[in-house]
Ligand binder design. Structure first.
Ligand code: ATP
Ligand code: MG
Length: 391
């Protein structure tokens, strides 16, 4: 038995002008995501993208991975047989057994893209319907409102039989909306923020700030793991790990305690922005959510934003923590996010952070620091590693 995946035109995100570009990118992403499972032909023909395994593969795994590729709203798993009615009739009952045993009513639709096939569509429907009624005598045909619609498509590469669609990941193919740098902590929020922007077609780089010896190796491993889980949706992610100890110590030693967090966040943005420019990212992404903590009030965000020259996307800004957690559970990052390792943010956290910092006061406090030198030191000490998705 050979199974394939069909993604119809209407099930791909974008219609219109850039369609070809989108489809090409989608195909490239699919290749990248399933390539290690075996050999595949992925082709665009007769307004459908088809994934055809060329040897034995774990097809459940293929389907699972396809379900996480952005740009596909729905897709079908289908049985591929020779274009011979007898072959189709032989294979259909077995392939559809699970679905049809549970159903009471069904109908058959047929589409003949290959006009050399000797039967016409109505004939195919009637004949296949008969075969299925014989195999599943409890079934009844209902052409108006069937529980199951069995579809047979006679295509160039064979006859494809399926009985319904699966829900895809939606969104746009990763890479069709440019690239952004995700500030990735070990927390719950930032992986979700990355997921949301990848869904809108952004390719991701990740930037993580660490402060050894205050933060340990395990905290870094945790962030690497998060990037790999996120990769199931976003594909490969270059993770840039920034040494942040010296910057944090300087802020702690030279600036008022209640401004520590906000000044640190401004440094994070400065460094992330430099790295983004170097790596051809067009925007920054953070996991900030309005009013969640002291550094996420509108005044604090204004102070952080003031050092940014590129767009900063905060896709969680209007979400409640419970909503963010629900997404994080769905995408599989939650369990890793809640592992209890120190984050650089928590190391020097002041007891009473200013919730309404004023920009002039913050800028004034930063005069005690050699900003350019600290940023340069952090950027030049950054180490980059490519994270491949982990399944
Ligand atoms: P998260 O759950 O993503 O850690 P949070 O609720 O803990 O977020 P903050 O600690 O204020 O909030 O961080 C806000 C945002 O700043 C994070 O979502 C992330 O984008 C970024 N950030 C915080 N710490 C780091 C870090 N160590 N490395 C990279 N980015 C960070
Ligand atoms: Mg955090």
């Amino acid at each position: 038995m050979k199974e394939i995946i069909l993604i119809k035109d209407g099930e791909i995100a974008l219609k219109g002008l850039n369609r070809a570009l989108f489809e090409d990118r989608l195909i490239k992403n699919l290749r990248n995501r399933i390539g290690d499972l075996g050999k595949f032909r992925i082709l665009k023909a007769q307004s459908t993208v088809a994934i055809l395994p060329q040897d034995e593969v774990d097809f459940d795994e293929v389907s699972e991975r396809v379900s996480r590729v952005f740009g596909i709203s729905r897709y079908s798993r289908a049985l591929l047989t020779e274009k011979h009615f007898d072959r189709i009739a032989e294979a259909a009952p077995d392939y559809l057994r699970e679905t049809l045993t549970k159903a009471k009513t069904f109908k058959v639709t047929a589409k003949r893209s290959d006009k050399t096939f000797p039967m016409q569509s109505p004939q195919i429907c009637a004949a296949l319907g008969e075969v299925l009624l014989e195999a599943f005598p409890h079934l009844r045909v209902d052409v108006n409102d069937p529980e199951v619609t069995v579809q047979l498509e006679i295509r160039d590469y064979g006859a494809c039989l399926h009985a319904g669609q699966l829900v895809g990941a939606g969104g746009m193919p990763v890479g069709t909306s440019g690239k952004a740098s995700l500030l990735l902590s070990g927390g719950i929020d930032s992986p979700v923020a990355g997921y949301m922007m990848a869904k809108r077609g952004m390719q991701l780089d990740a930037v993580h700030f660490e402060s050894p010896p205050y933060t340990g190796e395990r905290a870094k491993q945790k962030v690497m793991e998060l990037a790999r889980i996120l990769g199931r949706y976003a594909g490969d992610i270059d993770l840039h790990v920034v040494p942040f100890t010296h910057t944090q110590e300087e802020i702690k030693n030279r600036c008022p305690e209640e401004l520590f967090t906000i000044i640190m966040r401004r440094f994070m943005m400065r460094v992330a922005q430099k790295l983004a420019q170097k790596n051809e990212s067009d925007a920054l992404i953070t996991g900030e959510s309005l009013a969640q903590v002291a550094s996420q009030t509108v005044k604090a965000i204004a102070c952080t934003e003031a050092v940014c020259e590129m767009p900063v996307f905060r896709p969680l800004i209007g979400m409640d923590k419970s909503e963010i957690i629900a997404v994080s559970e769905k995408i599989g990052t939650f369990e890793t996010s809640i592992l209890p390792y120190e984050d650089c943010c928590t190391v020097f956290t002041p007891k009473h952070p200013r919730t309404k910092p004023q920009l002039f006061a913050v800028e004034n406090a930063e005069r005690a620091l050699d900003i350019d030198a600290l940023v340069e030191e952090a950027v030049s000490g950054t180490q980059t590693e490519r994270m491949r998705p982990e399944f």
